[in-house]
Design a protein around this ligand. Structure first.
Ligand SMILES: Nc1nc2c(c(=O)[nH]1)N[C@H]1C(S)=C(S)[C@@H](COP(=O)(O)OP(=O)(O)OC[C@H]3O[C@@H](n4cnc5c(=O)[nH]c(N)nc54)[C@H](O)[C@@H]3O)O[C@H]1N2
Ligand SMILES: Nc1nc2c(c(=O)[nH]1)N[C@H]1C(S)=C(S)[C@@H](COP(=O)(O)OP(=O)(O)OC[C@H]3O[C@@H](n4cnc5c(=O)[nH]c(N)nc54)[C@H](O)[C@@H]3O)O[C@H]1N2
Ligand SMILES: [Mo]
Length: 749
């Protein structure tokens, strides 16, 4: 795109995820370099998690943090408006008001200065200090601004002062903000000022979202960068063009993701190729993104899944290989490049993305530049580019790997560029080799207005990945959260007259969608949280993506997904119920529905007005048994073939619906009793394992509680040894710890 078509209108989906990291690193260090490694977590005395639900979203890092706490007593602070399962496990949780991080970290910096904790020598030798830097930090009352008790703020300052070995990990609570680059630089400023960088156990650590978001940054996938960490100066453009021996080179940074979709909506973009991302769901102001796609004359979508919301807009769909099928490398948060090896054959006509792109380039007449025969050929070319006319200005240099043979590439062990601490010698990639303090000032965001008095936060669930195109296929992963919930503080619920377990309509200036209400004391008053995962494939409603608008950080262009003015109102449907079916049921035309996998089929939740009899159109062929009394508000239908259940529909006007699990389990192909099915329960109830907590080993809450009681277990490790729960991915470990705390003797400990 950049060297042959000559346009920089290409962006990776890191724009929505990691572009804050890029812009903050460039401002502070002169290059997009993560100063830390995972090993720093083992050496730190204090770990601060800012805007990160690590236990759910980075469960491997979380297990490393847990191990460090157990072995050396590392202290943990979590800064998140929500009391997440991560926050619950912390020594200190600061439930700050959304988007007040800059005030908090500037406050910390001022406190360190007034208590003589600045590392004057480090700053003097290695940091460029803008003239008015210390004056620019603002003088607001930090505790009041962040809406936390003064004692908590002081405890935060004290822990920081007492533990020079501090690692500050940050992710989307920092990044997805209209002040995200400032937030990240406020964090980096504190680390520079106290010399807590480039040393074992110390540094500001931006952790990556997507498994290869870092790789996309390195190869120049962003509209705002050229390959191998180069920018757009005439020298750098010339350097890239000569390296590629390309016919042209893009002139300047291109349109960033949100601007690109806006330009498409305005008819200025006539063709788009979307690869490995699902913007109809995940782009901010997703309704606008859909209008843009509908408006664009030529839309190509490359995906490994046939049926996606974005694919529905495509004129051409290209089948790509997915994880486990494709072959190449990924770079992680600590700059470590690992091989990903395919272990499954290519299904049908699917091809690797690199092959598809090379074929297109060849048809466009650039065959000699794109005559790659495998992933290794491309890797060698990129390795050479990182060193081309780079005499040390850019730290990203993997030229050791230029001559790697195909077979060495196949067996390549993970390699980290930049070393464990790239700034150990305190030499930065700026012109004078010093890091930069960046003057950042807290800017208060407008309070909610009368129409939209609440703040809407969006984020992730433990067991789903983004738009669920792959995790949504797994019955096991669907058990944790079957529906998209809007989490609301009980006081806010009462004020909005919401019912726990009922439905509510969440509205912002950009869209409206219906969610299931969940009461949560872990929410701040006046703030709502919804998950980002549901799509047209999985629900009518529960759509987070259409709710945030196009407001974005001015430096990085990353959208402020986590703080949108909103309102919430109860949604009352005449009928509620569910359908469980062996075959995937068609989407009904109704107020709200969700469709998730179960072990033997599907479970669909439904809320509707009007005649529930119309829903029988969703039922498959077979013998029908019915028990309906519309006047009493009950409609129940079962479809049976040869005595085996195919589907069951339960609708009610006054609640009282049977549990889904037992009915869904009756779809296993064994003979059923129609009386039991229509009653919605077995004649003799089976023991209940409770909600599944550990998905990896399929262990329910009741099983865990029983094991804790009968085997007097007191630690998460003990539970793991006894019944395996929590010993694989580890993301349920906070939930197990909570059960331990609530059960038996531990409650008094
Ligand atoms: N299970 C699962 N894991 C994932 C993913 C997934 O989809 N599912 N996606 C991966 C990807 S791409 C990413 S980017 C990461 C994201 O990983 P995380 O960043 O941990 O996940 P999020 O849930 O987006 O947001 C983190 C937290 O930021 C908080 N937050 C919101 N506003 C603010 C604020 O103003 N200040 C502060 N300090 N905090 C705030 C939210 O309440 C939320 O708990 O997860 C990765 N891992
Ligand atoms: N409101 C709100 N919106 C958000 C966020 C938020 O917190 N709140 N988070 C943002 C963040 S951090 C992220 S990372 C994005 C995620 O948003 P997306 O990247 O849009 O989400 P995915 O579901 O991961 O989409 C990946 C697509 O690529 C396909 N795919 C997987 N592997 C391959 C492959 O090898 N080749 C090809 N061609 N296709 C493949 C998948 O089937 C899927 O359709 O969402 C962003 N949007
Ligand atoms: Mo992400």
């Amino acid at each position: 795109m950049k060297g042959f078509i000559g346009s920089s209108n290409i962006d990776t989906n890191s724009r929505l995820c990691m572009s804050i990291g890029v812009s903050a690193h460039v401002r502070a260090f002169g290059e997009d370099i993560v100063p830390c490694s995972y090993s720093h977590l083992d050496e730190a005395d204090l770990i601060i998690l800012v805007g990160s639900n690590t236990a759910w979203c980075h469960p491997v890092i979380w297990q490393q943090i847990e191990a460090a706490r157990a072995s050396r007593g590392t202290r943990l602070i979590v800064i998140d408006p929500r009391r997440t399962e991560t926050a619950e496990r912390a020594d200190l949780h600061l439930a700050i008001a959304p988007d007040t991080d800059v005030s908090l970290f500037n406050g910390l910096l001022k406190e360190m200065r007034s208590t003589w904790q600045i590392d004057g020598r480090y700053v003097g030798d290695h940091v460029n200090v803008p003239a008015d830097f210390w004056q620019s930090l603002g003088d607001e009352d930090v505790a009041a601004t962040c809406d936390i008790p003064q004692e908590q703020l002081q405890a935060f300052y004290d822990l920081f002062a007492d533990n020079p070995k501090t690692v500050t990990l940050f992710s989307q609570g920092v990044n997805q903000s209209v002040s995200g680059t400032d937030k990240a630089n406020a964090i980096i400023n504190v680390h520079l000022a106290t010399g807590r960088i480039g040393k074992p156990g110390a540094g500001p650590f931006s952790i990556t979202g997507q498994p290869n978001a870092m790789g996309g940054r390195e190869v120049g996938g962003l509209a705002s960068m050229l390959a191998a960490h180069m920018g757009f100066s005439p020298e750098e453009r010339d350097c890239a063009q000569r390296f590629w021996q390309s016919p042209t080179i893009c002139a300047a940074p291109g349109l960033k993701a949100v601007d690109m979709f806006a330009a498409m909506a305005a008819g200025k973009i006539k063709a788009v190729w979307i690869m490995a991302t699902n913007p109809a769901v995940s782009m901010s102001d997703a309704n606008m993104a859909r209008i843009a796609l509908a408006n664009c004359p030529f839309v190509v979508v490359s995906d490994c899944i046939a049926d996606t919301d974005t694919g529905a807009y495509a004129q051409v769909r290209l089948p790509a290989l997915g994880w486990g099928e494709k072959d190449g490398t990924v770079t992680n948060s600590e700059r470590r490049i690992s091989r990903q090896r395919g272990f499954l054959g290519a299904p049908g006509e699917a091809r690797p993305d690199w092959w598809i792109m090379s074929e297109v380039a060849r048809k466009m007449g650039w065959g000699t530049s794109f005559d790659y025969t495998n992933a290794a050929t491309i890797f060698r070319e990129f390795a050479a580019q990182t060193n081309f006319e780079n005499s040390g200005e850019r730290l990203l240099d993997i030229s050791d790997l230029v001559t790697i043979t195909d077979s060495d590439y196949d067996t390549m062990a993970p390699v980290q560029w930049g070393g464990t601490s790239p700034f150990a010698s305190a030499r930065y990639s700026t012109e004078n080799g010093r890091a930069n303090f960046v003057a950042v000032k807290f800017q208060k965001r407008a309070d909610g207005n009368r129409t939209y008095p609440l703040r809407l936060n969006t984020g992730r669930y433990r067991d789903q990945w983004h738009t669920m195109t792959r995790t949504g296929l797994s019955p096991k992963l669907s058990q944790h959260r079957r529906e998209p919930l809007v989490e609301v503080h009980p006081d806010t619920m009462a004020r909005a007259r919401l019912v726990d377990g009922g439905l509510a309509s969440v509205e912002t200036p950009h869209g409206t969608s219906i969610f299931r209400v969940a009461s949560s004391a872990g929410q701040r008053r006046g703030e709502l949280f919804v998950p980002i995962h549901w799509t047209d494939r999985t629900s009518g409603g529960g759509r987070a993506g259409m709710l945030p608008g196009q407001d974005r950080d001015p430096i990085s262009g990353q959208p402020g997904f986590k703080n949108t003015p909103a309102k919430i109102t109860p949604h009352v449907a005449e009928w509620t119920g569910f359908l469980t079916s062996r075959d995937r049921p068609a989407a009904p035309d109704c107020n709200y529905w969700t469709r998730v996998r179960s072990t033997h089929g599907w479970v669909m939740e439904i809320a509707m007005d009007g005649d529930p009899g119309l829903l029988t159109a969703l039922l498959p062929e077979g013998d029908r048994a019915e028990m309906s009394d519309a006047r009493r508000g009950v409609v129940r239908s079962a479809v049976v073939v040869d005595g085996r259940l195919q589907a069951a529909l339960f609708m009610s006007r006054n609640g009282g619906l049977p549990p889904r699990d037992w009915l869904a389990a009756q779809l296993d192909g064994s003979a059923v009793s129609i009386t039991e099915v229509l009653a919605g329960r077995p004649a003799t109830p089976a023991p209940d394992r409770g909600t599944i907590v550990c998905v990896c080993f399929d262990v329910g809450m009741t099983t865990i509680i029983d094991a804790i009681a009968t085997q007097t277990l007191v630690t998460v490790e003990g539970v793991g040894k006894a019944i395996n729960a929590g010993t694989n991915c580890g993301s349920c470990r906070p939930a197990i710890a909570q059960l331990l705390a609530l059960t038996g003797e531990n409650a008094h400990a």
